[in-house]
Design a protein around this ligand. Structure first.
Ligand code: ARG
Length: 418
């Protein structure tokens, strides 16, 4: 390897990362820039765009497939019922996976620096750098550090004849991976603006049709789908699994995105509090995430005790916060996962989900670990689990609310005296 100073850039082929290539040489003194695109399930066109732009820039370009690692992390998120303010965390979970893959390429390729094209307003800069600053590489964020605007970038690119198709990036900023598609920017920033139907690509408007599917779980991980004979009304993609068969995480997520998206499942329009404190309007599509999170929760509701369910909410909340922050490698997350693992040994079984009116609603659940006794819960039989009978509740009923009754009596007698 030469003595040239080399830097690895997180590269998408969009305007931000394209202008970063000459800037890293001109402004930061690097001799060579390598571009790294990490596959976390973006659509094909994005790789084609990255390849083409890299070629036109004469950029040494690497593509790393991290779909499996990413899908595994998404399934850890399912076990934690992970959601941040209604967002199932696609972009947030992808960033540490992408950052780690880029760091590995940088090390293999003799780089001494790492760069990304994130702005200084978003979360992604923090998520990338949380991983990168753990290495001895120099970390550079040209867009943030040079205070670049989109207008400046466009002019800069025009002046230098950089391969950016002027204004062809569409008016929205879109980030897509296996778990979610986020749509930001332009009029959507205004919280009162009602988004037009054409911002959605993964989901149709809910149709009148319904479909029931069965999702199988083992130890809290989604492992199989039974989609029956019917298929998505839009049926954009004809591939189908063998029903009820075990599926690999990536394939399972892809199939569910396609199927549930056709029933309008998994849209969210939320106000999101970013890490730096900005409150922003966000739109997302995440059909598979919605189905798997709803199904997983329904199975936990069946197999966990009341105390476990209520305590796990706090664990899940903490996991989701760290997930949003891009800190899934934090010791806290390891500790939370110790609790999660202990509970998930019973989260094995199946859940029937009905797609209806844009919702994915659990309508049936089954597990050999169900904390459920038909005899105990039924109104039809007298003797319950063998050693409890109806009359036993009389004593409990006498005590129930004792303290509240007493307190209210004391309060009203004091009020009378005044
Ligand atoms: N607000 C979401 C998040 O912070 C989505 C960010 C989308 N990122 C992007 N570069 N467009 O996770």
């Amino acid at each position: 390897m030469s003595d040239n100073k080399r830097i690895a850039l997180a590269f998408s082929g969009g305007l931000d990362t394209t202008v970063c290539v000459p800037l890293l040489k001109e402004e930061y003194g690097y001799d060579e820039v390598i571009g790294v695109t990490v596959d976390v399930g973006q659509p094909e066109e994005e790789f084609a765009e990255a390849e083409e732009t890299a070629e036109a820039l004469n950029l040494e370009h690497y593509v790393v497939d991290a779909k499996d690692e990413f899908a595994d992390l998404c399934f850890d998120a399912v076990r934690a019922n992970a959601s941040y303010q209604g967002y199932p965390l696609g972009t947030a979970l992808a960033r540490p996976v992408i950052a780690t893959a880029i760091l590995e390429v940088a090390q293999e390729q003799g780089c001494t620096g790492l760069a990304h094209g994130c702005t200084g307003k978003g979360n992604d800069q923090l998520r990338f750098e949380a991983v990168w600053r753990d290495s001895d590489m120099e970390v550079i964020a040209p867009v943030r550090e040079l205070g670049l605007t989109r207008e400046f970038e466009q002019e800069y690119a025009d002046e230098r004849d950089l391969p950016v198709e002027g204004g062809d990036e569409g008016k929205y900023s879109i980030d897509t991976n296996l778990w979610s598609r986020s749509i930001e920017g332009s009029e959507l920033e205004e919280p009162s603006y009602v988004p037009p139907e054409d911002i959605y690509e993964w989901t149709t408007a809910p149709t009148g049709e319904t479909l029931e599917i069965e999702v199988g779980f083992e130890n809290g991980y989604p492992v199989s789908l039974d989609t029956g004979e019917q298929s998505s009304p839009s049926n954009r993609n004809a591939k189908r699994s063998d029903d009820g068969d075990e599926m690999e995480p990536v394939a399972l997520i892809e199939e569910l995105n396609d199927l549930a998206g056709g029933f309008g499942v998994g849209r969210s329009d939320i106000m999101e509090d970013r890490m730096l404190g900005l409150k922003v309007r966000e739109n997302y599509e995440h059909p598979a995430a919605t189905v798997l999170l709803n199904a997983h929760q329904a199975l936990e509701d069946l197999v966990l005790t009341k105390e476990e369910r209520s305590f796990k909410k706090q664990i899940d909340h903490e996991w989701s916060e760290k997930g949003y922050e891009g800190l899934v490698n934090a010791p806290l997350v390891g500790a939370l996962e110790g609790f999660i693992e202990e509970t998930q040994t019973r989260v094995t079984g199946t859940v029937t989900i009905r797609f209806e009116g844009g919702q994915a609603r659990p309508v049936g659940r089954d597990s050999k670990y169900a904390v459920y006794s038909a005899d105990a819960a039924s109104f039809n039989t007298e003797d319950v689990t063998g050693d409890i009978e109806q009359g036993d509740a009389t004593g409990v009923a006498k005590y129930h609310g004792f303290q509240e009754r007493l307190a209210n009596r004391v309060i009203s007698s004091q009020n009378d005296e005044e």
